[in-house]
Write a protein that binds this ligand. Sequence first.
Ligand code: 0X9
Ligand code: ZN
Length: 300
Amino acid sequence: NVTFTEFMRHEEINAYLLRLAQDYPDIVTAEVIGQSFEGRDLLLVKISNGTDANRPIIFADAGIHAREWIAPSMALYIINQLVENPDNANMYQNVDWALIPVANPDGYEFTHTDTRMWRKTRSPGTICYGADPNRNFGYHWGESGSSSWQCSEIFYGRHSFSEVETQAIRDYMLGYADTIKLYIAIHSYGNWVLYPWSYASAFPDNADEHQTVGELFNDAVVAVGGSNYTVGNSAQLLGTSAGCSDDYALGGVGVNLAYTLELPGGGSGGFDLPAEDIQTVVEQAWSGWQAFHRYVEDTY
Ligand code: 0X9
Ligand code: ZN
C-alpha cells in the first residue's frame, strides 16, 4: 500500500500503482511507457472517467532528479487523493490526469542503496555515470547553464534525448500534444513555481497566464498554512539552464502551460527532507494542485 510516513522504494511504488489499476479499472490505467537504462519499468498512471479523446490533460512527472525524494511522494499523494478519496471524484470528470511518479528509477534506487545525493541517470560514460535528465531535453539543448563534461552534475548528455528516461517523457507528450494543457515537472527544493523560458531570460507569449496560474497555486497553498512559493520566470529567478523539460514541453511540444515546481526543502542539505515532514508538505501542496485543476477545468 501507499504510505506518506516514509519514502517508498521504486518496487513498492510500482506495486501500489498496479494495484490501483486493478482495483479501480474504470478510472485508473497504468501504462509502461518505457524502461530505464537498467531495465526498470517507467510507469505512467492515467486517471480519467471519460472516453472523449479531447479532454484536457494535466501531465506531471516526478523524480527525474534522483535525490529529490519528496517529488515522487507528491505524485503519489496526487494519485492517492484522486483515486482513493471519493471527495475528489469531481477532479477527473472533465479533466484527465497523467502522472509519472518515478521518472528516473535507476537514480532513485541508487540514492537508496549507494549515494544519497545522486542526481543524474545511471547510463555509463567512459569516466563517470549519468546525464542530467533536466538538461537532456531537445529544446535549445546544450546551450547555457548545462555542461558537456560527463562528470558534471549538469552534464547535458551525449546528444539531446540520449537518455531513455527523457525519451519516454518526450514520446508520451508528443502523443498527446494537442490535449496536454498543463505540464508540471515536480522537483525539490526551494519553494519555486518556475515557468519558461529557462534557456534564456525571455518570456513566452503567454507569460502573464503562466504568472497568474502560478500565483493561483501559491495562494491556495498559503491559504492552508503552507509556506510561500516564489512564482516567476525560471531564467530570471535562477539563471539560465538549457535542456529542461518545461522548456521542451512549451517550446517543443506546444502545451499551453509548463512549470517546474520546486517543493519545500528540509534536512541537512535541502534534498533530504525527513520522512516525518512528507505528509505536511504534500498535503499543503495538494491545495495548489486543486487550484491548477480548477483553472484547467474552467479554461480549457
Ligand atoms: O537545476 C534544475 O534542474 C532545477 N533545480 S533542481 O534543484 N531541482 O535541480 C531548476 C530548473 C530550473 N529550470 C527550469 N525551470 N527549466
Ligand atoms: Zn530537480
